[in-house]
Design a protein around this ligand. Structure first.
Ligand code: SF4
Length: 415
């Protein structure tokens, strides 16, 4: 019997699009991206937040470019990032006035690595096509890729009206939801065709069709993937705050990723007041990592606890170990090949503790209520030592540091 792990379906075949140094689509890893919420015109605050997002693991960062001040700030943001030694592609998010901002601010057009165009927000009536074409011409001129990002909150009303007319002519009309989903897909595909007609290469186009309902998102992207080979940017728009936003995004994206659909993802979480913007990056990484699609940071397996352990120590240890590896990762990633694949287990008692610990690279089984106050540590499946006393957390971190330093090949050093 094969012992190979279960896995997702193979990726839906797409073209490869390059955004600065990052490749999206085809066989490239699924890319994590995020978006700032600073005033772009404040170039220092925006550069600082881009740096935070990039250091947390965002491989692309989008910024809004909504007025002349923000367009003028874009080159300064890039300069500031270079000073901070942060090299991450920046995407400009344009609505309504992108054609003017890009024409009036050539330095902004040059510095951005990709333009996001919302076909529902480029202009009304006759202006829609000319203003859309003007942005695409700038992308051709500066050799930039674009994302044609359709959103149901700003769906091109002329496309929706046409889809409704087509539907009225059907002998068995579709329900309103299906008509709306078709309008999203048609808006994206027709806009991509229009961009190609202006002269943009098919390998310069990424598509997205975001909605805020999980089932609609899944149905829409299945259809989009069936009908094109452009790379797809996945995201549940306006996912919401806290656990609701995380659960809804995870539910929607996991189904699609499992089917091989999606080449780059963004989790649109509403931050808690004073919450960290980087949370959306961590959630995106954890979706990909827990599904076995990519590895970013060593992950801690921990039991939920139950009546067999009344101590909160194992919860505190699990939390502190996960925080510790996240803090260490920027340095470890620089120095050690493959350290992101390290697995850790922190378990609450003897029932599943030793067994789960043996499956991890390093596992610790803490004593449950009434058990001998000793914590066996397992390394690569073998019991390596037993920790006791008040210093278990520090000793466990030392074991972890030592394991990383001895088991992973140092970068630049031949094995
Ligand atoms: S490992 Fe022990 S403490 Fe943890 S959930 Fe299982 S029985 Fe409860």
């Amino acid at each position: 019997m094969s012992n190979s792990p279960a896995s997702a379906a193979s990726r839906h075949a797409t073209r490869l699009v390059r955004i600065g140094k990052i490749a999206v689509g085809s066989a490239a890893p699924i890319v994590v991206q995020s978006m700032t919420n600073t005033d772009t015109a404040d170039h220092i605050a925006t550069a600082l937040q881009i740096a935070q997002l990039a250091r947390a693991g965002s491989e692309l960062v989008r910024i809004t470019v909504n007025n002349d001040e923000s367009a003028k700030a874009v080159p300064k943001i890039r300069e500031q990032l270079l000073k901070m030694n942060v090299d991450v592609p920046i995407i400009g998010d344009f609505h309504y006035n992108g054609h003017t901002l890009l024409k009036d601010n050539p330095a902004c057009a040059e510095v951005l690595d990709k333009y996001r165009i919302n076909p529902g927000n480029v202009g009304k009536g006759a202006k829609r096509d000319t203003q859309f074409a003007a942005i695409v011409e700038m992308a051709c001129k500066y050799d930039k890729p674009v994302r044609i990002g359709v959103n149901w909150g700003s769906l091109d009303q002329s496309v929706l009206a046409r889809m409704m007319d087509d539907n009225a002519a059907r002998s068995e009309p579709w329900d309103a939801g299906r008509v709306m989903r078709e309008a999203l897909v048609v808006s994206a595909l027709e806009s991509a065709q229009a961009a190609e007609a202006v002269g943009l290469g098919a390998d310069r186009i990424i598509l997205s069709c975001k909605v805020s309902s999980v089932q609609d998102l899944i149905a829409t992207y299945r259809e989009l993937a069936r009908r094109c080979d452009y790379p797809l940017h996945l995201g549940l728009t306006e996912a919401g705050m806290g656990s609701k936003g995380i659960v809804a995004s995870t539910a929607a994206l996991s189904v699609l990723l499992q089917e091989g659909i999606g080449d780059t993802i963004r989790i649109s979480l509403t931050p808690e007041p004073n919450g960290k913007r980087t949370e959306e990056v961590i959630v995106a990484q954890e979706i990909l990592q827990t599904m076995g699609l990519r590895a970013f940071t060593p992950m801690v397996t921990a039991c939920p606890g139950c009546g067999r352990t009344t101590s909160v120590f194992f919860q505190e240890l699990a939390q502190s170990v996960q925080e510790y590896v996240r803090e260490q990762m920027p340095v470890w990633r620089e120095h050690y090949d493959g350290v992101e694949n390290l697995t850790l287990a922190v378990m609450g008692c003897v029932v599943n503790g030793p067994g789960e610990s043996k499956h991890a690279n390093i596992g610790i089984s803490l004593p449950g209520t009434g058990e001998t106050p000793a914590a066996p540590v397992y390394i690569d499946g073998e019991k390596a030592m037993t920790l006791r006393g008040d210093n278990i957390a520090n000793e466990f971190r030392s074991i972890l540091d030592n394991y990383v330093a001895t088991k992973y090949t140092k970068k630049g050093v031949a094995a």
